[in-house]
Design a protein. Structure first.
Length: 177
């Protein structure tokens, strides 16, 4: 008599990955990349690029806020302290803006050194100036034209801002000659 193996009720072990599992794994990888990649891009950006973007963004924001709110601002550049901060005009005088992070005092990274500020035809150097220097932004959005000179990795740079247009340029030592 012939015998056949008994059938069991256990299903066959899976032989591969089903499509739903593959889609879940790919979705999780996508979410992780969305969170992680922007953080790594900030690490790849040099301090020079980061500071240029920060200062240009601050100037744009101040010009917009001045026009929209009808307020006067001044960007205070502290050459000795290697920093800058924002003040706003109120009825009682100038006061430091500290309600938002980007308006508070910001110190430049150690790798950057402020060398001079050219404002309205005058060149101001840290060794001759004890107080922060004001750069005014009026209610029309016009800003005092200025050039901020600094050194980064043994090279000279200039951050130049136009007056009414507010055009921002970063010039390297080759362009400064």
């Amino acid at each position: 008599m012939r015998t056949f193996p008994a059938r069991t009720s256990e299903p066959h072990p899976p032989r591969g990955v089903i499509l739903v599992e593959l889609m879940v794994v790919l979705a999780l990888i996508g979410v992780l990349l969305l969170v992680v990649v922007p953080n790594f891009q900030g690490l790849l950006e040099s301090p020079l690029e980061a500071e240029t973007k920060r200062l240009a963004g601050l100037i744009r924001a101040l010009r917009n806020e001045a026009v929209l709110s009808g307020s006067r601002f001044r960007l205070m550049v502290d050459l000795r302290g290697q920093s800058y901060f924002v003040e706003r005009m109120s009825q009682s005088g100038w006061f430091i803006q500290s309600d938002q992070e980007y308006l508070r005092r910001h110190r430049l990274p150690e790798s950057m050194e402020l060398k001079a500020l050219e404002l309205m035809g005058d060149t101001i150097r840290p060794e001759r100036n004890l107080k922060p220097v004001p750069i005014f932004i009026d209610t029309s959005g016009a800003i005092d034209p200025f050039t901020l000179y600094f050194k980064y990795q043994d090279r000279d740079y200039a951050f130049r801002v136009g007056g009414f247009t507010g055009k921002v340029d970063l010039l390297s030592d080759e362009a400064l000659r």
